[in-house]
Design a protein around this ligand. Structure first.
Ligand code: MG
Ligand code: ZN
Length: 167
């Protein structure tokens, strides 16, 4: 199966400065992002979210805060007819040098272990941070940078909704 590996914050929902995340209780979906996820699925991709959540280990949010928020995120999508396959997150602090914080490929490896039928070469990655496009570039798969300058091997788009014409 082919996968859309999507970043969460700043890609599907609004992102904030780290400290502000303490008080965020509900995901705010970026304009047309839910419809775009729907189209991505219609084009034959399953959706896996890969997200760095170092705020957990860095004690800005708690794990249960993350989990409650994630449940709301999933429910909102479900209510709008979008089922995502899974979410893989890195909870580690930036100091930790773990193997899963993007741009490292640990989250992708976890996904491949759980879903051995993933066809990585026909999958793509999209995100709004340099770590996202660096990961995509390292994997050698189709990569979309949102609101980032275009660079070698990376398609630059303004917003997730603009991805549709490239799929
Ligand atoms: Mg992001
Ligand atoms: Zn990690």
């Amino acid at each position: 199966m082919k996968i859309a590996f999507l970043d969460r914050d700043g890609t599907i929902i609004e992102d904030y400065e780290d400290e502000l995340w303490r008080n965020v209780v509900d995901p705010v979906f970026i304009d047309e992002s839910i419809d775009t996820l729907k189209i991505i699925k219609e084009k034959g991709y399953e959706i896996i979210i890969i997200t760095n959540q170092y705020l957990i280990d860095e004690k800005i949010i708690t794990l249960s805060q993350y989990k409650n928020f994630t449940q709301k995120f999933i429910n909102k999508l479900k209510d709008n007819g979008v089922e995502i396959l899974n979410i893989f997150y890195c909870p580690h602090s930036r100091e930790k040098d773990c193997s899963c914080m993007k741009p490292k490929d640990g989250l992708i490896k976890s996904a491949l272990e759980k879903y051995p039928t993933i066809d990585l070469q026909n999958s793509f990655i999209a995100g709004d941070s340099l770590c996202d496009i660096e990961l995509g570039r390292n994997l050698g798969i189709k990569t979309f940078g949102i609101g980032l300058e275009s660079s070698e091997g990376v398609l630059s788009i303004n917003s997730l909704k603009n991805i549709v014409k490239y799929l």
